[in-house]
Design a protein around this ligand. Structure first.
Ligand SMILES: Nc1ncnc2c1ncn2[C@@H]1O[C@H](COP(=O)(O)OP(=O)(O)OP(=O)(O)O)[C@@H](O)[C@H]1O
Ligand SMILES: Nc1ncnc2c1ncn2[C@@H]1O[C@H](COP(=O)(O)OP(=O)(O)OP(=O)(O)O)[C@@H](O)[C@H]1O
Ligand SMILES: [Mg+2]
Ligand SMILES: [Mg+2]
Lengths: 256, 256
């Protein structure tokens, strides 16, 4: 059955959505069947894959609160082997609605338990917080991939994120593995990127992916066309980097 | 008494903390007495102003759940006319802890009602969500300033944010004014920035500040030294832009 990877980091704007969309597309291009689950009320992953608001009748919110199954929520994208469970702003109500529920952290895991899919990989795009939505993703995931912007504030939040992952592994999901940290928006022209990258590598060693995603304007232009950068501009540095990332993820999968 | 301005946007990484720290410092440099209230569990504003974790005994979390007054939480910074109410990760528990409380959205407003301060301005740094913490900030604020990164995903979230501000004005805080939108991380080299800026100005007209904050590496280096960019490198483009922003804010205040 499918390998579920949560793309998580509570720091905002570090490239979670961009990594989910483009890593997902690159894995699909490498012949894998991929499902992207949008678990952010902003719905950016759904938009970046070309889904308009009126094409999101059944969403991750409906699945989380038990109104629909994952099967009913899955939609096709323009890429044949890539599908998506979309999100809308309704999702922001889930955290408060689930407060009294003793199984609130297992909702997504329970939904996957009854989901019969031919997907090889499920990638979950998380919102910028460590609340119920992200905990649900971590509780059902096999592994966590952490996009890390090469900036000081992003580095500051890393140890909190690692402690949270450890806590979820101890209390909710003993099988949760750390897939690794991916450096994003790396800018060769500035020392800060080099410094943060060196700090993270000395702190986490091999758990940092060798593939580094450069800051590349084509990456940030692609979502306004509802396309992953691999379709928008396959020759761009950003598209190339995400293709390498998919390759490295598949190699690391064999070692886990 | 003090004018309270919430710095809010649910999109992550758009420059909320950077704007709070540097606009606050520039207002202090212009002779105003400023209090910065860190309402983000990441505690980035506290860090960017040089407060170590062990200097945050009384925090915005203690104030929000009624364990301490604002007076007890205020701390000095290295800038004489700038003080701060720090935040720690404890704050992430507040949302769930306050769920049953009928006055959960007024907690901060109630705290300010009993706070005797000589500050001219209070700036509140909000987390990347529209949950209880941001709603508390909007409920006690006189005005909202919205930092907007010149990127597609940031633009997508703007109408949701404006609807939320409108809802808070109707139901919780009828005096809440829209101070305006400040374009951040503007990069002259790429079309996307120009395009987003043009879109926002045609959509919001005068509510978009004339001052645009450029992408400037000195801005992102400053927090690693625990300093605002106005102290770290006063000659940088970033520092200059924030000084202009303070001037424009004060001019707009006279018109409101
Ligand atoms: N490699 C890159 N080069 C240039 N721009 C990038 C790159 N990666 C992401 N971006 C842009 O940076 C912004 C932040 O990225 P993104 O929205 O993917 O982050 P996020 O972590 O999902 O944010 P949030 O915390 O709000 O969910 C977006 O506008 C995106 O287009
Ligand atoms: N004008 C600028 N030029 C260059 N870098 C900037 C600029 N403004 C902010 N940054 C950097 O961009 C990143 C995001 O900014 P910041 O943390 O202030 O955003 P935020 O909206 O507060 O994020 P969050 O949603 O996580 O609270 C930070 O690493 C910051 O140093
Ligand atoms: Mg995102
Ligand atoms: Mg912030």
């Amino acid at each position: 059955s499918a390998r579920i990877v949560a793309i998580a980091n509570q720091k905002g704007g570090v490239g979670k959505t961009t990594t989910t969309i483009n890593l997902g597309t690159a894995l699909a291009a490498a012949g894998k069947r991929v499902l992207i689950l949008d678990l952010d009320p902003q719905g950016n992953a759904s938009t970046g894959l070309g889904l308009r608001q009126n094409e999101r009748e059944v969403t991750s919110y409906n699945v989380l609160i038990g109104q629909a199954t994952l099967q009913e929520a899955v939609r096709a994208t323009s890429i044949p082997t890539l599908s998506v469970v979309p999100a809308t702003v309704d999702l922001s109500a889930a955290e408060v609605e689930l407060v009294g529920d003793r199984r609130r952290n297992y909702r997504l895991r329970d939904a996957f338990a009854h989901f019969d899919t031919d997907a090889d990989y499920v990638l979950i795009d998380c919102p910028p917080s460590l609340g119920t939505l992200t905990v649900n993703a971590l509780t059902c995931a096999d592994a966590v991939l952490v996009p890390l912007q090469c900036e000081f504030f992003a580095l500051e939040g890393l140890s909190l994120l690692l402690r949270t992952i450890e806590r979820v592994r101890r209390t909710l999901n003993p099988d949760l593995q750390m897939h690794g940290v991916v450096l994003t928006m790396f800018d060769r022209r500035n020392n800060l990127s080099e410094q943060v990258a060196a700090d993270v590598r000395s702190f986490l060693g091999d758990r940092v992916y060798k593939t580094v995603i450069p800051r590349n304007v084509r990456v940030s232009e692609a979502p306004s066309h509802g396309q992953p950068v691999l379709l928008y501009d396959i020759k761009s540095k950003g598209a190339l980097a995400y293709a390498h990332l998919a390759g490295e993820l598949l190699r690391r999968e064999q070692l886990l």
